[in-house]
Design a protein around this ligand. Structure first.
Ligand code: ATP
Ligand code: MG
Length: 302
């Protein structure tokens, strides 16, 4: 199996620079979580990978060479705007898509059924897509992306609108495809899910990658943090230069500070008993907040 490489992609819509040198790699068998605020450039990037949108500059490589039309036919894509025909029956639709990708009628039918079963929508094969609930339509969308046994998966917010069981099913399918060697890239705003599922993560902000790596690698660039249970006086940390309170609830404070934390502990003890003092690992949500700061919408920021 091959790797997908994005090399300094640029894209403008008129005066708006939507992508400004986006580069990252998704290796064979790797699940890559693509995160960023609304309007940051995720969908634009994925459309360029698929070739439904042309980049102004930069290169998409597959297996070390510029991606071709033939390669792109081997991609399983879940577009943001979703692409099912509302009045077509689920089974017909899946078979049709499989046929479009070159499967024989028999193989297309078998694959449609297999993926419908895996995703728990086999009872709906004879129903029109528009009669399905949003989450079930989404399951069919994933089946549509998988029905031709793709060599690369590009999924734009595949988890939005899914119930917890469907999230588990979808996660299982992505893990399974990755284990088979397929590079998987998906965008999501559900950072806990991304943290749980992805081998690597890329954070995009106003068209630029601001962080790429494993969660561990992203954590390593963050300052150490400590969770302290004891002091309730809000000013107890003032004695430690450069330290910052990240959150405080009752007697539980999360502190960011350089060094080994001993000065934080001393400052805490100076105010009274300390019941707990532990290094605290930032979640992806914490890391994300840090690199993206508090820009709520990239569109507003532009
Ligand atoms: N067809 C278009 N014409 C003009 N501007 C566009 C077009 N498509 C996207 N943009 C702009 O490009 C920027 C990137 O949009 P994009 O859809 O890639 O963001 P996104 O990261 O997918 O956001 P979201 O999380 O909301 O889906 C935004 O500022 C958006 O307004
Ligand atoms: Mg998008």
């Amino acid at each position: 199996m091959a790797a997908l490489e994005l090399d300094t992609l640029t894209k403008s819509y008129g005066a708006l620079r939507a992508l400004d040198g986006v580069s990252f790699t998704v290796g064979a068998g790797e699940i890559f979580g693509f995160v960023g605020s609304n309007g940051a450039g995720k969908t634009t990037t994925m459309r360029i990978v698929l070739g439904v949108l042309a980049a102004d500059g930069g290169t998409v490589r597959w297996d070390g060479r510029p991606i071709t039309l033939d390669d792109r036919r081997q991609v399983g894509y879940m577009p943001e705007e979703r692409g099912l025909y509302p009045k077509m029956h689920v089974g017909d639709q899946l078979e049709y898509l499989a046929r479009l990708h070159g499967l024989t009628p028999q193989a297309a039918r078998a694959s449609a059924r297999r993926w419908a079963e895996t995703l728990g929508v086999e009872q709906r094969l004879g129903d029109e897509v528009q009669k399905l609930s949003l989450g079930n339509q989404q399951r069919v969308q994933l089946a549509a992306a998988l029905v031709h046994d793709p060599e690369l998966l590009v999924l734009d917010e595949p988890f939005s609108g899914l119930d917890p069981v469907a999230v588990d099913v979808m996660s299982g399918v992505l893990n399974d495809r990755a284990t088979a060697g397929v590079p998987v890239i998906f965008s999501s705003h559900q950072l806990d899910l991304v943290e749980r599922l992805c081998h690597r993560v890329g954070i995009i902000k106003t068209g630029r990658m601001v962080a790429t790596g494993t969660i561990g690698e992203l954590r390593a660039t963050d300052r150490p943090r400590w969770e302290v249970v004891g002091p309730t006086d809000p000013s107890w940390l003032a004695a430690v230069p450069g330290a910052r309170v990240l959150s405080q609830a009752g007697d539980r404070t999360v502190v960011e500070a350089a060094g080994d934390g001993q000065d934080v502990l001393r400052a805490a003890l100076a105010t009274g008993p300390v019941h707990e003092f532990t290094p605290s690992r930032p979640s992806l949500t914490d890391l994300y907040r840090h690199v993206v700061s508090d820009v709520v919408s990239e569109e507003v920021a532009r």
